[in-house]
Design a protein around this ligand. Structure first.
Ligand SMILES: NC(=O)c1ccc[n+]([C@@H]2O[C@H](COP(=O)([O-])OP(=O)(O)OC[C@H]3O[C@@H](n4cnc5c(N)ncnc54)[C@H](O)[C@@H]3O)[C@@H](O)[C@H]2O)c1
Length: 261
């Protein structure tokens, strides 16, 4: 029996990486998914792969009206909205606070917080009314960087902590109508972008080096793929988790049990 049969999902950043893997799983489990992403090429591919099960909307998560448009389109597409997955995000490339200029620090803050934090505020606000009607739920993609240092630089780490704060406060305020939870992936082999204002302060890393570094940091020694995280999203989206709100499921190879060595 499909776990999301007849559910309507709105997901940001579904044209690539973790969001794309979640989109595929949710469609396979019977959902209709509306994806907002800024990558026209990525959306085109998604449409080719999933046809009538996906609705693709080109837009920018920093623009509130783009979410209003996407939520309206999701309701038109599927007759309702059951699940929001806030997922689109960008990275700081582990840029070192001490090494950037004050101008770059400020530009990077505006750029990254606008996408990673305001983007989540925006989609939560634009979806809340429709989710209330269905007693639906929100799922935020956070990160191990939402708990621990060195999952990124200060911008990314602070933004992921902020996302967890937003998730917990919303879980409090939106109960009993809407459940709000998060998935915290560990380092995952995706195309996650380093933002423009920090590019000149970081070294680009190839996928092989990234895989080795991720493996060496988590106890399970896994260089994670996007597909490794989808089970957590599926559980939180489905009615099986009707008693779970305000929680983060870590899907990170065991970062919390690294020990002292
Ligand atoms: N890759 C990792 O190691 C890792 C680990 C933990 C958490 N995460 C989180 O997972 C989420 C997804 O990242 P990913 O690794 O799959 O990266 P990705 O780059 O493969 O996917 C991100 C998607 O978001 C879209 N996007 C970026 N900015 C946007 C904007 N302003 N408006 C609309 N769409 C926009 C991109 O076009 C892309 O399709 C992010 O929140 C990221 O912080 C990633």
């Amino acid at each position: 029996m499909a776990q999301l049969s007849g559910k309507s999902v709105y997901l940001t950043g579904g044209a690539s990486g973790i969001g794309k893997a979640v989109t595929e799983t949710f469609i396979n489990e019977g959902a209709l998914v509306t994806v907002l992403d800024k990558s026209a090429a990525g959306l085109e591919e998604l449409k080719q792969e999933f046809g009538d099960h996906v609705q693709c909307i080109e837009g920018d998560v920093t623009e509130y009206q783009d979410h209003v448009h996407a939520v309206g389109a999701a309701v038109e597409f599927a007759g309702k909205l059951d699940v929001l997955v806030a997922n689109a995000g960008v990275f700081d490339g582990f840029a070192k606070f001490n090494q950037v200029t004050p101008e770059a620090m400020s530009d990077a803050y505006d750029f990254l917080f606008n996408i990673n934090v305001k983007g989540y505020f925006n989609c939560a606000k634009a979806s809340a009314e429709e989710l209330k009607k269905t007693k639906g739920n929100m799922i935020f993609t956070v990160s191990g960087a939402g708990f621990y240092p060195d999952g990124g630089g200060v911008w990314y780490t602070a933004s992921k902590h902020a996302q967890i704060g937003l998730m917990r406060q919303l879980a409090f305020e939106l109960a009993p109508d809407i459940r709000v939870n998060a998935v915290a992936p560990g380092g995952t082999l995706t195309a996650l972008h380093v933002i423009e204002p920090l590019k000149s302060f970081v070294n680009s890393v190839d996928q092989d080096t990234k895989a080795k570094s991720i493996k060496s940091r988590n106890p399970l020694r896994i260089a994670m793929a996007s597909e490794d995280h989808v089970a957590a999203y599926l559980l939180l989206a489905s009615d099986q988790s009707r008693a779970i709100t305000g929680e983060v499921i870590s899907s990170d190879g065991g970062l919390a049990v690294r020990g002292l060595s």
